[in-house]
Ligand binder design. Structure first.
Ligand SMILES: [Zn+2]
Length: 57
């Protein structure tokens, strides 16, 4: 299973943690991907993980 970052198209975001079929990946560009059973179900910028940065949206 691999996903491309929707932000920068990096082909191999790093898996940070996994819970069942859900995986949390972090891209080199700072984008977070939440993948469930091989499908990207959510993405976030830098802002949702401990940092507020309104420029991401
Ligand atoms: Zn990226």
């Amino acid at each position: 299973m691999s996903v491309n970052c929707p932000s920068c198209d990096w082909p191999a975001p790093t898996v940070v943690s996994a819970h069942g079929t859900v995986r949390y990946l972090r891209c080199v560009c700072g984008q977070w991907l939440i993948v469930d059973d091989g499908l990207v179900v959510a993405t976030t910028g830098n802002s949702l993980f401990g940092r507020r940065d309104t420029s991401q949206r």
